[in-house]
Ligand binder design. Structure first.
Ligand SMILES: CC(C)(COP(=O)(O)OP(=O)(O)OC[C@H]1O[C@@H](n2cnc3c(N)ncnc32)[C@H](O)[C@@H]1OP(=O)(O)O)[C@@H](O)C(=O)NCCC(=O)NCCS
Length: 186
């Protein structure tokens, strides 16, 4: 998997060793407010989730990165391209520790992942978010996504329903600079 860089961040392939850092985000109820699953209660729950994510990476269905500050390597969050359909599409996901919200970091990583998806030959990237997730909505609209579907009472996990919005970015339409995502093979 590739290491990606933005101006201020480095995206490193997720490993088992990242579970402790990831628990800081997944264990925070405010960060998880609009996530499909509930917050993790114990670090071992996060470890089990990381195992599942890594098995999706091994099967080729997804790519997960931890997001770290370029200047000191501090953990800032996690992002992904999942449901990868070769030459067609992928779904984007992102999550930052609260202390890194409102700094434009999410803006940077979405642009970077779109450029990367384009370099893989994908035609579009989609995002499904909860209708109440205004920060994500603003982020997606700012980075070139458009709203394509309202999913009323979508079952986010067994027996739990939320109104969701599906956004889509058509990659050939975007003028994201192809040199913004600098990659190296890991
Ligand atoms: C969704 C999420 C990543 C959005 O984070 P965010 O902080 O709102 O987004 P950004 O990092 O792009 O920051 C944008 C803000 O930073 C400001 N900003 C500050 N410096 C900036 C800079 N150098 N460049 C761009 N924007 C900057 C922008 O003006 C904007 O302000 P606003 O929030 O008042 O509009 C974050 O809220 C999160 O992790 N949520 C929990 C997980 C989640 O719900 N994920 C989505 C489900 S897939």
């Amino acid at each position: 998997m590739e290491i990606l860089h933005t101006q201020r961040l480095i995206l490193l392939p997720l490993t088992e060793a990242d579970a402790t850092d990831l628990f800081r985000a997944r264990g925070d109820a405010e960060v998880m407010e609009f996530w499909d699953g509930p917050p993790d209660v114990t670090p071992s729950e996060t470890t089990a989730i990381v195992d599942t994510l890594l098995s999706d990476v091994r099967s080729g269905a997804a790519k997960y990165w931890t997001i770290r500050l370029l200047h000191d390597g501090s953990f800032a969050g996690v992002c992904d391209l999942s449901e990868i359909q070769n030459r067609e599409s992928a779904e984007i996901g992102f999550m930052f520790l609260r202390m890194f919200w409102s700094m434009g970091f999410a803006n940077e990583i979405v642009g970077c992942l779109l450029d990367y998806a384009k370099s893989l030959g994908l035609k579009r990237v989609t995002a499904r978010i909860h209708a109440g997730n205004i920060r994500s909505q603003r982020l997606l609209q700012r980075t070139g996504f458009r709203l394509v579907q309202l999913l009323s009472k979508y079952e986010i996990r067994p027996g739990v329903f939320r109104d969701c919005l599906r956004f889509e970015a058509t990659l050939w339409e975007l003028s994201h600079m192809s040199d913004r995502a600098q990659t190296e093979v890991w």
